[in-house]
Design a protein around this ligand. Structure first.
Ligand SMILES: [Fe+2]
Length: 197
C-alpha cells in the first residue's frame, strides 16, 4: 500500500468535510423549502462532527491535520468555488434559481465526500492493526450519514428542478421518503418519481 497516497486521501477527506461545513452554511442561506432546510440543518451538524472524526483519524495515523498537500489545495479551491457559485446566485436575486444552485453545489460536494469515504473503507479493509481499526471505526460512524447526504440531496435537486420547470414534482423526493442509503435504492427512487409523472 502507498502510505503517501493514503495520507493525501485522509487530508483531502478532512478538507472536504471542512469545505462541506462552508457549503451547508451557504446553502442554508439559499434554501426556501422548509423540509429541505430541516434536512440540510441536520447534515450541517453531522458534517461538523465528520470534521472531528477525520481529525481523530489523522491523530491515529500520526498525521499533522494542518499539513498542506497539492490534493488538499485542489479540494479547498473547489469548496471555495462552490460557496462563490451560491453567492453569485444569491446576488442575482432569483430565489428559486439560487435554491437550485445550492442543491447542485451540495450534490457536488457530497459526491467527493462519498468517494473519499468509499476509498477510506477500502483502505480500512486492507490495513492491519490500530491504524486499520481507526479507519474502520471512522467509516462506520459516518457511512449511513454520507449515503443520506448524497442520495437524498440528489433527489431534492432533481425534483426541485422539475418543479421549477413547471412539471409535476415529487416533494419530498422518494429518496427521502424511502430513506434510501444505496445507489440501487437511489435508482429505484428516481424510477418511482418518473413513473408517477
Ligand atoms: Fe461528510
Amino acid at each position: 500500500m502507498n502510505k503517501n497516497r493514503i495520507s493525501d486521501l485522509v487530508l483531502q477527506a478532512l478538507e472536504t468535510e471542512k469545505g462541506g461545513v462552508q457549503v451547508y452554511e451557504t446553502a442554508l442561506r439559499c434554501v426556501m423549502n422548509d423540509d429541505l432546510k430541516e434536512e440540510w440543518t441536520k447534515y450541517l451538524e453531522q458534517t461538523r462532527n465528520h470534521v472531528e472524526v477525520v481529525v481523530r483519524v489523522c491523530e491515529a495515523l500520526g498525521l499533522d491535520s494542518d499539513q498542506e498537500t497539492p490534493g488538499r489545495l485542489v479540494v479547498r479551491h473547489v469548496g471555495n468555488s462552490l460557496v462563490r457559485a451560491m453567492e453569485i446566485a444569491l446576488d442575482a436575486g432569483e430565489p428559486t434559481a439560487a435554491q437550485l444552485v445550492a442543491a447542485e453545489c451540495v450534490v457536488e460536494a457530497e459526491t467527493k465526500d462519498h468517494l473519499n469515504w468509499e476509498l477510506i473503507s477500502q483502505v480500512a479493509k486492507a490495513m492491519k492493526g490500530a491504524e486499520g481499526k481507526a479507519l474502520k471505526d471512522a467509516y462506520e460512524e459516518v457511512e449511513e450519514q454520507e449515503d443520506e447526504h448524497l442520495y437524498h440531496t440528489t433527489g431534492w435537486c432533481r425534483e426541485l428542478w422539475i418543479e421549477s420547470l413547471g412539471m409535476p414534482a415529487v416533494l419530498p423526493p422518494p429518496e427521502e421518503e424511502k430513506d434510501v442509503k444505496t445507489a440501487i435504492g437511489a435508482a429505484r427512487a428516481e424510477h418511482m418519481a418518473d413513473a408517477s409523472r
